[in-house]
Design a protein around this ligand. Structure first.
Ligand code: DX5
Ligand code: ZN
Length: 230
């Protein structure tokens, strides 16, 4: 994974057909997805349950590019090895998931993965300030984690701008997660984000059997984001 701050679209399979994940991953990549965002939820850190390492291992052969695993679980550390062995390229943990985030990030990199740090909407950048040399990505949640299809929380734009300044020229991605559409993508791109997660905005109107809409949706988000950078 060479570092680039070019806009990347990362569809979240939370909005995909849960009965057809392999075909859905192949379809979104064929239609232009840069990363595949995999939302792991434990029903404890967030009020929803999705899937675990076994599902990640099962979909790995169907993903040519980056498998971007978002762990909305607590505790995290005891599961890192399993997600790394399942083939995760990026493992992102929530700073709110436990008291030892520095150790968690060490463990993610120790397992050979890129380390991501996720911040809930209520969490400030002081949580990042002392970890900048431990991370490859910061995921700014623009919804409260647990569900797709929620409304974008606009107050997070100022956080993204401040984060972009804090990161400077370090090779650290800014990922935005939640409520990203062709309407909100320009706002977050202009604020400094480079990885845009989108679930409902990508999967709406299509299927693995008729994936044209996926391509149209990905292009709409990407063009809107890139237009904001001209
Ligand atoms: C929410 C997840 C997001 C979500 C995005 O807890 O982390 O990745 O799937 O879904 P949309 O794009 O529909 O808001
Ligand atoms: Zn996510």
């Amino acid at each position: 994974m060479t570092f680039s701050r070019a806009i990347k679209i990362a569809p979240s399979i939370l909005a995909a057909d849960f009965a057809d994940f392999g075909a859905e991953c192949r379809a979104i990549e064929a239609q232009g997805a840069d990363w595949v965002h995999v939302d792991v939820m434990d029903g404890h850190f967030v009020p929803n349950i999705t899937f675990g390492p076994a599902t990640c291992a099962a979909i790995r052969p169907h993903i040519k590019g980056v498998m971007d695993v978002h762990l909305m679980i607590a505790p995290v550390d005891s599961y890192i090895e399993a997600f790394a062995s399942a083939g995760a390229d990026v493992i992102t943990a929530h700073v709110e998931a436990g008291p030892h985030i520095h150790r968690t990030l060490q463990a993610i990199r120790g397992a050979g993965c890129k380390a991501g740090l996720a911040l809930n909407p209520g969490t400030g950048l002081d949580a990042v300030a002392h970890l900048l040399d431990m991370i490859d990505l910061v995921c700014v949640m623009t919804v409260n984690p647990g569900f797709g299809g929620q409304k974008f929380i606009h107050s997070q734009i100022a956080k993204i701008e401040a984060l972009r300044k804090l990161i400077g020229d370090r090779p650290v991605h800014i990922e935005i997660d939640g409520g990203v559409t062709a309407e909100t993508a320009p706002l977050v791109a202009a604020a400094g984000a480079d990885v845009l997660v989108a679930g409902s905005a990508v999967f709406k109107g299509g299927s693995a059997q008729q994936p044209q809409a996926y391509g149209d949706n990905i292009r709409a988000i990407r063009m809107a984001a890139e237009a904001a950078l001209l």
